[in-house]
Design a protein around this ligand. Structure first.
Ligand SMILES: [Zn+2]
Length: 57
C-alpha cells in the first residue's frame, strides 16, 4: 500500500510518477478532467510539487 499524493489515501493500485504515487482512481479522474475545471488546477499543482521535489533531489 502506498499513499496517493492526490487523494492522500493508502491505495494498492496506481502509477509511480517520479518518486510519488498516484492511485488508479485519481489517474482516471485526472485524464477525464477538463482543463477549465478547477479540479484540473489542483492536479497540476500536485504534479508541480512532484517535479520540484524531484529537482531538489
Ligand atoms: Zn488517489
Amino acid at each position: 500500500m502506498e499513499k496517493c499524493i492526490i487523494c492522500k489515501k493508502e491505495q494498492d493500485k496506481g502509477i509511480h510518477l517520479y518518486t510519488s504515487f498516484i492511485c488508479t482512481d485519481c489517474e482516471q479522474e485526472m485524464v477525464q478532467t477538463e482543463t477549465d475545471d478547477p479540479k484540473y488546477k489542483y492536479f497540476v499543482e500536485q504534479m508541480r510539487v512532484i517535479k520540484e521535489t524531484k529537482y531538489v533531489t
